[in-house]
Design a protein around this ligand. Sequence first.
Ligand SMILES: Cc1cc2nc3c(=O)[nH]c(=O)nc-3n(C[C@H](O)[C@H](O)[C@H](O)COP(=O)(O)OP(=O)(O)OC[C@H]3O[C@@H](n4cnc5c(N)ncnc54)[C@H](O)[C@@H]3O)c2cc1C
Length: 378
Amino acid sequence: MEEFGSMDRRSFLLRGGAAAAGLVLTAGCGVRPLRGPPSPAPLNLPPVKVAPDRVIRTVAGLRPYRSEGFVVRAQRFDETTVIHNYGHGGGGISLAWGSSELAVELAEEVARSGDTRHFAVLGCGIMGLTTARLLQDRGFRATIYARDLPPHTTSNVGGGQWSPFSVYSSNAASPSFERQYERAARISYRYFQDLTGSRYGIRWIQNYSLRSSPGRARTGMLEDLFLDQEVLGPGEHPFSTPYAARFTTMLVEPNVFLPALMDDFLLRGGRIVPREMRHLDEVLALDAGAVMNCTGLGTRSLFGDDDLVPIKGELVVLLPQPEVNYITLGGGGYMFPRSDGIVLGGSQERGEWSLDPTPAVVDRILDRNRAVFEGMQI
Ligand SMILES: Cc1cc2nc3c(=O)[nH]c(=O)nc-3n(C[C@H](O)[C@H](O)[C@H](O)COP(=O)(O)OP(=O)(O)OC[C@H]3O[C@@H](n4cnc5c(N)ncnc54)[C@H](O)[C@@H]3O)c2cc1C
């Protein structure tokens, strides 16, 4: 069991495992037989050029993690109902549409009981924007209040692989949370598919999870959402590890997706007010029938949720390489090829609040990825 439960992507990833993308590999199943010494790989996978002089930026972000899982629920404060939608850890991009759909279902109940048509949405990361858009789709008015707007949110830092893992600990989460989680993941998976293409920066992409041992991919309750799974053996792929477990998932480019969502929201008459809420009283005084709380880690101080902790992740971004169109996981890190740069990551520091990249972590990410790509046989 992983530190964050069976749904942990990155702790497994740091050990070089396929669970980097939620995959757990079981020895001996579904693997092609060895066919003599490795030969040049038939796959056309151009290597990433990993070098310090290709680094265009280093960034850090704080995953809003709760071991019991993310919160979607209504809370009553005197005259005002607040509907929470926060705490999605390392899978908030993947879960966004589904979690926000669940939150908006609660908003509909509030609207029915109180005749509310106007909601204040706190937060303009991926949860705030998807919540606001879904409210509009139901015919409600929404005003977003946020301290930070894209490109300055955690959601902009997120890598963007559709992989709703590293979200909760299976030791701490309840069965009802796991049902909520599964429902959110499945709704989201379907919703993102309708937005594939350059306008929203979403595409299907093959992933290679680099491994020293063979195995069959297993993704728990979401197994059917990870298609095209195959374990490639020696000679069948260009990587230096004996095995590469392949599967296909979506990649969401936050720096394309979030501005597109903002445009959609404004085009439909939404309003965005840059404003930090310093105290709950300020929230309750807002001119709206009810409040949707999508402040991510900000919920800890605003609503006093001490179970919410940061898990810091650092990313090293290299010059874009448009010819690279696959993801790698394992070897102590991951690589996502985005149009705004080749994103290298794979760090997590629980309880760390600093947003400053750490030179030692940056060097480690570069070294591990250099080993992956310089070791390719092409
Ligand atoms: C390095 C890294 C890699 C990741 N990779 C992936 C990945 O590949 N796939 C995936 O699915 N997920 C990934 N994630 C996780 C994902 O990025 C987060 O779960 C998600 O962005 C959380 O979204 P959010 O909208 O809840 O929070 P945020 O994006 O943090 O947005 C919160 C909003 O609330 C506002 N706010 C906060 N407090 C206040 C206040 N007091 N008053 C007013 N406004 C306030 C903020 O300004 C902001 O607008 C990654 C995260 C990190 C850090």
